[in-house]
Write a protein that binds this ligand. Structure first.
Ligand code: GTP
Ligand code: MG
Length: 227
């Protein structure tokens, strides 16, 4: 049984230490974060850069959903980030939107060389809003910002339209490791700030996220598993 459990645990990587151990319950808080946006904008690359500091030029489109775990420290507290990487392809939309629930932070991504991906930003946001979310924090990331040619979307915040106010906007590059860590850390900081603000008025905010158990297998996949 122990052997079997180890195998299961190997599906989750702790990006900080490289130790594969999803059963590690030694943390103070767990934040669930999601990366969403059109296919091929670089969501998976962004997560791999953050969690494992790797990048591959080959494009392997995500099937359904996946996640990685990374631990950060804030105010001497150990914060475990469970970061879900969603498939951008339309056909997985039913699966991926099922994971919006309970997410505390979103990174909505487009590719600055891909106009369609930028035009889709509002739709991604609206879809999440339709899922009756609890209060969540948002980063808007224009990925592939390292390119010298091929930029289509400018980096002027004002042009982002009215939704820009909701987002912490930045341009980034998973390839060149520009603003990747910052993107996640700003979300974490925003969630931490909100938590300390609301502890007096709303203790349930803390209870909701404290020592939430990580499961080894994404719940939806478990349901569909026939074995
Ligand atoms: P789906 O899983 O289909 O939703 O796509 P995705 O958003 O996860 O895209 P993915 O991370 O797989 O990246 C798509 C392609 O873009 C890959 O070939 C990556 O190598 C490339 N890519 C990702 N980030 C960057 C970047 O910052 N700069 C450049 N030049 N290429 C990038
Ligand atoms: Mg992907």
């Amino acid at each position: 049984a122990e052997h079997k459990m180890k195998l299961q645990m190997a599906s989750v990587t702790d990006g900080k230490t490289g130790i594969k151990d999803a059963s590690d319950q030694n943390f103070d808080y767990m934040f669930k974060l999601l990366i969403i946006g059109n296919s091929s904008v670089g969501k998976t690359s962004f997560l791999f850069r953050y969690a494992d500091d790797t990048f591959t030029p080959a494009f392997v489109s995500t099937v359904g959903i996946d996640f990685k775990v990374k631990t950060v420290y804030r105010h001497e507290k150990r914060v475990k980030l469970q970061i879900w990487d969603t498939a951008g392809q339309e056909r997985y939309r039913t699966i991926t939107t099922a994971y919006y629930r309970g997410a505390m932070g979103f990174i909505l991504m487009y590719d600055i060389t891909n106009e369609e991906s930028f035009n889709a930003v509002q739709d991604w946001y609206d879809t999440q809003q339709r899922h009756k979310p609890r209060r969540s924090f948002w980063g808007l990331s224009g990925n592939v910002c390292e390119v010298e040619e091929g930029r289509i979307i400018g980096n002027n915040r004002e042009k982002m339209g009215k939704i820009q106010k909701r987002f912490d906007f930045f341009e980034a590059s998973a390839k060149e490791n520009i603003s990747v860590r910052q993107a996640f850390e700003r979300l974490v900081d925003a969630i931490c700030d909100k938590m300390s603000d609301s502890l007096d008025t709303d203790p349930s905010m803390l209870g909701a996220s404290k020592n939430t158990r990580l499961s080894d297998t994404p719940p939806l996949l478990q349901q569909n598993c026939s074995c």
